[in-house]
Design a protein around this ligand. Structure first.
Ligand code: G3P
Length: 223
């Protein structure tokens, strides 16, 4: 499982993060993680998992899996394939790929069966509570309206972070909470940890940066 505090970069499907660009970001993370000792992981498109795994030692996550078993399915992402490509974990239910509660449960079951670590994304405290009953390793709370914006969740809505930590820990003390949306710098990371989170999940602040290494170093200073 990921060592915490952790910085998880979800590179999404930006032009700046596809294929060789995903590998460059993974290498930048590996470099800064080795330099600072701060735990980092990258979540890439399924097509880029093996590229990143072959080029770096940074933990690679899938951005999504489907709750299917090997067999007759077309255009779905098989958990076994993600694992075989080298991923150590997967995001589930990102705001940009939301699932029904029953599908989150099925994805978690499949992820556990093939030994993929799990980060379930949620959009508010109630959803965090519901998802935590399903027992993932991490809950990552991200208010959708702040995703991709310039104001960090830790400034715009600190209560959603501390409230999620409180709600989740009542059900399971071991479960770890990440927060995301608008996180851009070390101050945001530090605030996230002060609010009880054990790391951040972020995207545009690094992916769209002119110099991702400088941003990653700044983020690491917050840990
Ligand atoms: O998964 C990370 C995410 O949705 C936050 O995106 O661009 O606000 O850091 P961003």
């Amino acid at each position: 499982m990921l060592k915490t505090p952790v910085i998880v970069l979800n590179v999404k499907t930006y032009t700046e993060s596809v294929c060789s660009n995903a590998v460059s970001l993974a290498k930048a993370m590996e470099h800064v993680s080795n330099e600072t000792g701060v735990s980092m992981a990258i979540a890439v498109q399924a097509t880029d998992i093996s590229l990143c795994c072959n080029a770096t030692n940074i933990p690679v996550y899938a951005q999504h899996i489907d709750p299917i078993r090997p067999g007759s399915h077309t255009g779905w992402t098989l958990p076994e394939a993600v694992k075989a490509a080298g991923a150590v974990g997967t995001l589930i239910n990102h705001s940009e790929h939301q699932l029904k509660l029953s599908d989150i449960d099925a994805c978690l079951t499949r992820a556990k069966e093939v030994c993929l670590d799990q980060i379930v994304c949620t959009n508010n405290i109630m959803t965090s509570k519901a998802a935590s009953i399903l027992n993932p390793q991490f809950i990552a709370v991200e208010p959708p309206e702040l995703i991709g914006g310039d104001i960090s969740v830790t400034t715009a809505d600190p209560g959603i972070v501390s409230g999620t930590v409180e709600a989740v820990k009542v059900l399971n003390k071991q479960m770890k909470v990440l927060c995301g949306a608008g996180v851009k710098n070390g101050v945001d990371v530090k605030k996230a940890l002060e609010l009880g989170a054990e790391g951040v999940l972020l995207a545009s602040g690094v992916v769209k940066a002119k110099d991702p290494v400088t941003v990653l170093r700044d983020l690491a200073r917050g840990c």
